[in-house]
Design a binder for this molecule. Structure first.
Ligand code: TEU
Ligand code: CA
Length: 560
């Protein structure tokens, strides 16, 4: 395999959420010029690729995931000229740009939908999924992923349209070849600009199950909307093969499909090594391990994941994709809480050491790692935000439906859940320094900042050689330098140890032993480390052998 390594298999991706990265004109919203100002910071970290969340024209009902014009830039972020310059500047520095591609749905303000809803006979009617009422109600029992029904009745034409997300995000009808061709043409517009790849939003949802059958309603729930019921539909692999032929093969691109509801078998189809579809997918199984035991509450919960389950799941993906498909590695993104808060320990005395441990655990695995902005300085969940501060439509709807309407839990409990799991934890502005609004803006920020920016910020991290930032920098460098991190065989040790996550990576002549104490306890573990072992990286400055300190992480390298 070593001979055949593709550039994206050795790359590390840094995700930028444009609205929260850097505001260049002080209107309170991050923008493209702001990102340009920070390219050197990303370069210093050592990442190879920047994934930009959607920057296209959008009414922003779901922060840019509702696109009204795919070939235009959201004026809040700047202009197409700003984008072209950002791309050029990034390329000059050797950074690649991965664009978000949101084609399961458009905005209801997209020209296609405006036409589609105008009459039943319109040319674009069949661009979306319209159905007659059934028994005077919704055509099936699907719910929106953001609460409520997935169907919206349109008075004018007397039919419902499907929206798996908010009602301003109507789902495109991929069965229609004209829809597919229009999407491929639009993608080619971006490929022609020289972008380096696509992150494909909910790509596992583009093909709906034949006949749109009712899904199974969980106990205490109202809708049959589980992602297993609607994801990985019958034609999704055909559509992606067509996309590969008509678009992706035109350049040496990197592709990652966001694939909620994907299992190993399907992931192997999406990210197969015969290069007929995508390079890799974001799978969600490890993200669901700390869901609420009550399925009607879904992800809303505040208990930490069980380490045994996490090990079992991550090891399954490591082992079962090996040689057949390629993993993406991530702890967080703009939809997930902060990695250190969820998997580490964000109490002041443990934040730095545990953020490094969490990073070590992921960055020695096989796959392409993704770092979400702020993760590299150990930004934490935003516990200072209250119900009135939240911007995210998922959080707002959760309060509205799960508390106000269905009374599944009380408001105080829900707030705890949101502080543990809400998407705005990741979306508060990047913390650059300890000046007003953390150096993000001098205007009024679109979302309240995390109030800990005085102590947690990039300026401080850059001034401290022991910071989380430099630890990530080293992790990235090691991945670039040591082929074993890309190609070595993964082997989990002690699956039943619920405190320490230890695994090996085996190469032809050498091996790595990756040890992560997942607790704030001092523990004794003997892995029979040979005398010739050297410490490759560690989050403590000395090695106490079998004696593991709180959240200690260390990686030994030795010849077999
Ligand atoms: O997310 C899809 C997705 O799976 C989310 O609904 C996820 O389950 C949820 O955010 C976790 O709570 C993608 C984008 O990443 C997200 O930002 C968009 O809101 C969504 O698609 C719709 O485009
Ligand atoms: Ca701005």
């Amino acid at each position: 395999m070593t001979e055949n390594i593709k550039w994206w298999q050795k790359a590390v991706v840094y995700q930028v959420y444009p609205r929260s990265y850097q505001d260049s004109n002080n209107d309170g919203i991050g923008d493209l010029k702001g990102i340009e100002q920070r390219l050197d910071y990303i370069k210093k970290l050592g990442a190879d690729v920047i994934w930009l969340n959607p920057i296209y024209a959008s009414p922003d009902k779901d922060n840019g995931y509702d696109i009204s014009d795919y070939e235009d830039i959201n004026a809040k972020f700047g202009s197409m000229a700003d984008f072209d310059r950002l791309l050029e500047k990034a390329h000059d520095k050797g950074l690649k740009i991965l664009m978000d591609l949101v084609v399961n749905h458009t905005s209801d303000q997209h020209q296609w939908f405006i036409e589609s809803r105008s009459s039943k006979n319109n040319d674009k009617r069949d661009f979306y999924i319209w159905r007659d009422p059934v028994d005077d109600g919704e055509p099936n029992n699907w719910g929106s992923f953001f609460s409520g029904s997935a169907w919206k009745f349109d008075e004018k034409t007397g039919q419902y349209y499907l929206h798996l997300f908010v009602e301003e995000q109507p789902d495109l009808n991929w069965v229609n070849p004209e829809v597919r061709q229009s999407v491929f043409d639009m993608m080619n517009f971006w490929v022609d600009k020289g972008i380096d790849g696509f992150r494909m939003d909910v790509i596992s949802l583009i093909s709906k199950p034949d006949g749109l059958p009712d899904g199974e309603v969980p106990e205490g729930g109202e809708y049959g909307n589980s992602d297993k019921a609607v994801a990985n539909g019958p034609h999704v692999h055909d559509y992606l093969k067509e996309m590969r032929q008509k678009v992706l093969n035109r350049a040496d691109m990197m592709t990652v499909g966001e694939a909620s509801g994907v299992d190993i078998d399907n992931a192997i189809k999406y990210a197969n090594t015969d290069a007929s579809e995508l390079n890799m997918v974001f799978q969600f199984e490890h993200m669901g391990l700390d869901n609420n035991p009550n399925p009607a509450l879904g992800k809303w919960y505040d208990q930490k994941v069980s380490l045994i389950k996490l090990k079992e799941n991550m090891s399954k993906w490591q082992n079962d994709l090996a040689g057949k498909a390629w993993n993406s590695l991530y702890w967080d993104n703009h939809d997930q809480p902060r990695a250190v808060s969820r998997y580490g320990d964000d109490r002041p005395e443990y934040r730095v050491v545990s953020a490094k441990m969490v990073a070590t655990l992921l960055h020695f695995m096989q796959g392409t790692p993704y770092i979400y902005q702020g993760e590299e300085i150990g930004m934490t969940n935003a516990y200072n935000l209250q119900r009135e501060d939240f911007d995210d439509v998922e959080i707002k709807n959760a309060f509205k439906y799960l508390i106000d309407k269905d009374q599944l839990t009380d408001e105080a409990t829900m707030l705890k859940y949101v502080h543990a799991k809400g998407r705005d934890n990741a979306r508060t502005p990047m913390q650059w320094d300890d000046s007003q609004n953390a150096g993000f803006t001098t205007g009024s920020p679109w979302l309240k900042l995390n109030d800990n920016y005085g102590t947690i910020n990039a300026k401080k991290a850059l001034a401290d050689p022991n910071s989380i930032f430099y630890y990530y920098q080293k992790l990235i460098r090691l991945r670039h330098e040591l082929p074993i991190i890309t190609t070595g065989e993964y082997q989990l040790l002690d699956p039943d140890d619920d405190q320490v996550y230890t695994y090996r990576r085996l190469g032809n002549r050498e091996q790595l032993l990756v040890i992560n104490n997942f607790t704030d306890q001092v523990l004794i573990r003997d892995y029979h480390v040979p005398d010739n072992a050297e410490i490759l990286i560690s989050n403590y400055d000395d090695d106490t052998g079998t004696h593991l300190r709180p959240y200690e992480a260390k990686v030994y390298r030795f010849t077999k």
